[in-house]
Design a protein around this ligand. Structure first.
Ligand SMILES: [Zn+2]
Length: 130
């Protein structure tokens, strides 16, 4: 049994590069997460939309992280601030089975960014082999 819940399976992940549509989101994630916070490898993210959230999938580990579309697009949110908190939700850890405890959790984007570079972040309970 995989850990990808059904709402994720309907998202069509793609690495959009179009100048008008999608290129801005791809540039955002490439800049924020040059390396995947889950597998820590350089990632060429693929993504898709659902219900005003954007889901980013790492093609290396198949982990999925989502953020509010308002944050990525830089639009002024008509929603209460609480709904556009700058957090990333761990939707799936893909094949990083040691990180299963992170699924469904939300963390500040800045914290998640650090996971890719730090040895002892939130995911320190995973043994790393060098
Ligand atoms: Zn990854």
């Amino acid at each position: 049994m995989g850990d990808v819940s059904s709402h994720l399976s309907t998202i069509k992940f793609k690495r959009y590069k179009h100048l008008i549509y999608g290129g801005d989101v791809t540039r955002w994630v490439d800049r924020k997460f040059p390396a995947c916070p889950l597998c820590r490898k350089p990632s060429l993210w693929e993504w898709g939309n659902q219900n005003s959230r954007i889901y980013f999938r790492c093609p290396n580990c198949m982990g999925i992280i989502s953020v509010s579309g308002w944050i990525v697009r830089g639009w002024t949110s008509p929603l209460p601030y609480a709904m556009s908190r700058k957090v990333a939700k761990i939707e799936s850890v893909g094949n990083n089975s040691g990180l299963q405890n992170l699924v469904g959790q939300e963390y500040p984007i800045e914290d998640v960014q650090e996971w890719a570079s730090k040895e002892n972040g939130k995911q320190s309970d995973q043994k790393t082999t060098k």
